[in-house]
Design a protein around this ligand. Structure first.
Ligand code: XIL
Length: 409
């Protein structure tokens, strides 16, 4: 089980520890890794734990190596301050994306954001394409980031993430072209008439999708267009243009980047219910009308212990329309503080969610909304909630990781 830590390998950098007097590294700080040049000696009571080739970390209570470790590891002779443990999962899992591919999915991926990319240990795990075969920019392709001023387009931050994915051999989900939120006030409060707002929206979709043409596996063309009761959300697009805005946006996206798969994405379309029925009915109608639509994005921002029991039935229903289904923003939040029992429940929840996707051939990918609690959006939006992702805030795998791997095995 995850909680039983296994002795594992050390870094050669730790061997250098005795060469000169070093300051001690505080708990949770870096103590080793490729290209790391700082102190490798952890503060008393902590041990230097290898998380990946790029990062070892001082963890309170980590055991000190006093004897040879398993045959697959590098044995470090008598380095008294070097302590080496890592989770069993991290040494045995081939990686979530590798597992997902073997199971027939197109990818297992993660959202990320520009500010986080200066965090080298974070970036190293994000860039490991055995774990993540796909990235989603968490914010930097949204309307406020790309066209904050009418007609002036900025792609720098989105480009950074797309370039990183390309360098890592990862797919990109584009997120998002038309959304009521993170929409500049020049659009939402501009008082435009129907024809003008159509042309503004078409221009936005065209410019952004053209800029990224050929580099995006799938676009969330439309995001969160429904109310909970299945009626259309009264965004400026709906109130000004009417339902037709959906088809107009999809057609503009198809024209701009014919190879990108086009999705409508929403939350609370996980289990069956009014909102899921509305999604189903809309996509059926679009297909009947010949409007380009390739997939339904299920955000899957879920609550641990309250995951709907109808996930698979609902997603099968979506898939029966002939479109792809993807879990696009998965996180499963916990009421803080965490306990072992809550983490175990969360692991079960993750396993059930991933298993439901795996059971459906048309469920082609799973994206978690960032991979570590360090950068999760949850605590900033849902007070008292958090710890929603499979890696904790110290970039250590949680029980949820092993549960996902199990569901993908
Ligand atoms: C979130 C980002 O993660 C935050 O950084 C930002 O402050 C707000 O938006 N549904 C979506 C995502 O489609 O774009 C949202 O992302 C989370 C909910």
């Amino acid at each position: 089980m995850y909680t039983s830590l296994a002795l594992a390998l050390s870094l050669s950098s730790c061997l250098l520890a005795g060469a000169q007097a070093q300051t001690t590294v505080a708990a949770w700080n870096q103590c080793g890794g490729l290209q790391y040049t700082g102190s490798t000696i952890c503060v008393s009571g902590s041990g230097c734990v290898k998380l990946n080739d790029y990062y070892s970390q001082c963890q309170p209570g980590a055991a000190t190596v006093t004897s040879a470790v398993s045959s697959s590891t590098t044995v470090v002779p008598s380095v008294s301050s070097s302590t080496i443990t890592t989770s069993a999962a991290s040494t045995t899992s081939p990686g979530l994306h590798t597992l997902a591919k073997a199971k027939g999915l197109v990818y297992f991926g993660s959202a990320t954001d520009n500010g986080e990319l200066t965090d080298a240990p974070y970036k190293a795990i994000l860039s490991d394409n055995s774990e993540f075969g796909q990235l989603t920019p968490g914010n930097s392709q949204k309307w406020d980031a790309t066209e904050g001023t009418r007609g002036t387009f900025t792609f720098t931050r989105g480009d950074e993430i797309v370039a990183l994915a390309k360098a890592n051999g990862q797919l990109v989900r584009g997120h998002t072209l038309v959304w009521h939120s993170q929409l500049p006030s020049w659009v939402s409060s501009g008082g435009f008439d129907n024809a003008t707002l159509i042309s503004i929206m078409e221009n936005h979709v065209t410019q952004v999708a053209t800029h990224y043409k050929g580099q995006i596996y799938a676009w969330d063309v439309l995001n969160e267009i429904f109310n909970e009761d299945g009626t259309f959300r009264e965004s400026v697009f709906y109130t000004t243009i009417g339902e037709a805005y959906v088809a107009i946006a999809l057609r503009a996206a198809r024209a701009a980047d014919p190879d990108a798969k086009l999705y409508i994405n929403d939350y609370n379309v996980d289990g069956t219910g009014a909102k899921s029925t509305a999604m189903y009915n809309l996509v059926a109608k679009l297909i009947a009308q010949g409007v380009p639509i390739d997939g339904i994005g299920i955000q899957a921002h879920l609550i641990s212990g309250s995951v709907p029991s109808t996930l698979q039935a609902n997603w099968e229903q979506f898939a029966s329309l002939g479109v792809d289904v993807a879990l696009t923003e998965v996180d499963i939040r916990i009421t803080l503080p965490t306990t072992d029992a809550k983490l175990a429940q969360q692991a079960t929840d993750y396993k059930n969610v991933v298993a439901a996707c795996v059971a459906i051939p048309k469920c082609i990918g799973i994206t978690i909304w960032d991979y570590t609690d360090k950068y999760s959006w949850i605590p900033s939006v849902f007070s008292t909630q958090g710890a929603a992702l499979p890696w904790d805030e110290n970039l250590v795998k949680k029980p949820a990781y092993a549960a996902i791997a199990e569901a993908l095995a």
